[in-house]
Design a protein around this ligand. Structure first.
Ligand SMILES: *Cc1c(COP(=O)(O)O)cnc(C)c1O
Length: 371
């Protein structure tokens, strides 16, 4: 097949290096690599294959049963933890594909036990305690009782105790996070006193980067694997390499006279006679319309601003008065060109969102390559 103009390249080599850096930082602890949401838009199957082949992580984390099934059907053998709680028939589906489960209350334990009996396989479960996220998890005071109940239930094996940190990525939340870590350590001590040791895990990327006390026995990095810090304010205690490059090619150039407008809504007026390049990428690819008149792209090591609205399939750039760009020239949407670089973080800031969403938005229409 001929290479399409717009191509997102996942840098598996960089993802592997980022995981190696995390391993170097957390020492003997296990690493769960979050590959939910198609590996944050980077391609879950390819990322998981690389992780498995290089032993870059010990466990994979998904959000939905379908995400776990996709990895199993691709032949992934690593332990896979479904990070969100499963309910109803999907519990059976998860067990049938050897996914580990998160349990949060008596009902989720009972469902896991029933599925274990039905599928004929032990259910490996992690008990989630809510220490401050207020999303899912049992109250801290209920943890010991639930753990004992799991131990007493045939077909269930309690493999871990976990919780989640809502503001580990920002120094403004350090006090809250420190208190949460202490709360989790207290619950863990109670549970372990009652029934013996188990795998304790709490740290997301912010925890890995900024809170060594949150590492416990396993860390659960996500966004940092893909080369982004979880928040612009997060301490950059580890160097990260970008997990994604996004490129396109110029398909049209033309001169536009001073006073003419470009694109829908006529929101951009040429301040002088100038040249315009058209690039075949738009919000239909997941390149956000919020970047209209705000974003930029790189061609031949130079930066060119987006002129006018980002369309569904095309975006225009202001090249300036000299026709220095030609049809077919490579356009960098995310990545480096000469000394210039556009990061996912730059796009996120312009869009008023987080890096996580920028890469998740890149959709099925965009051709993919893996390096
Ligand atoms: C997604 C997720 C993570 C990873 O979070 P990042 O902020 O991307 O590091 C960790 N733990 C749980 C429970 C998650 O759902």
């Amino acid at each position: 097949m001929i290479e399409p103009p717009t191509l997102a390249t996942t840098r598996l080599d960089h993802i592997e290096a980022n995981l190696a850096a995390i391993r170097g930082r957390v020492g003997h602890r296990q690493v769960l690599a979050a590959v939910k949401a198609d590996a944050y838009g980077h391609g879950a199957v390819e990322v998981a294959r690389r992780i498995e082949a290089t032993q870059a992580a010990d466990v994979l984390g998904v959000a939905t049963v379908a995400e776990g099934v996709e990895l199993r059907q691709a032949g992934i053998g690593l332990p896979i933890l479904k990070l969100s709680v499963a309910r109803g028939p999907e519990v059976w589906e998860a067990l049938a594909h050897d996914l580990q489960l998160v349990v949060v209350d008596e009902a989720s334990c009972d469902e896991a036990a029933a599925a274990a009996a039905g599928v004929g396989r032990q259910a490996v479960v992690h008990l989630k305690v809510d220490t401050g996220m207020r999303r899912i998890g049992c109250e801290p005071a209920a943890a010991v009782g639930l753990a004992m109940r799991i131990d007493a239930t045939p077909g269930l094996r309690l493999a871990g105790l976990m919780s989640h940190l809502p503001i580990s990525d920002s120094p403004s939340g350090d006090e809250f996070t420190t208190a949460q870590i202490a709360r989790f350590a207290g619950v863990a001590a109670d549970v372990e006193a009652a029934r013996g040791p188990l795998l304790k895990h709490l740290a997301n990327s912010g925890g890995v980067l900024a809170h060594p006390a949150s590492w416990f026995d396993l860390v659960r990095p996500g966004v940092m694997i893909y080369g982004s810090y979880p928040d612009p304010a997060c301490p950059r205690t580890l160097p990260l390499l970008p997990g994604l490059e996004w490129r396109s090619r110029v398909v049209f150039t033309k001169p536009v006279a001073a006073g003419e407008t470009v694109s829908y809504g006529r929101t951009w007026t040429a301040p002088r006679d100038t040249w315009i390049a058209t690039v075949p990428i738009g919000y239909g690819d997941g390149f956000s319309r919020a970047l209209s008149n705000r974003g930029r792209m790189l061609i031949g090591g130079r930066s060119y601003p987006i002129a006018g609205r980002v369309c569904m399939d095309q975006t225009m750039l202001d090249l300036g008065p000299e026709p220095t760009v030609a049809v077919g020239d490579e356009v960098v949407v995310v990545g480096s060109s000469g000394d210039e670089q556009i990061t996912v973080a730059e796009l996120a800031a312009l869009m008023g969102t987080i890096t996580y969403e920028v890469t998740c938005l890149i959709n099925r229409r965009v051709a993919r390559a893996y390096r």
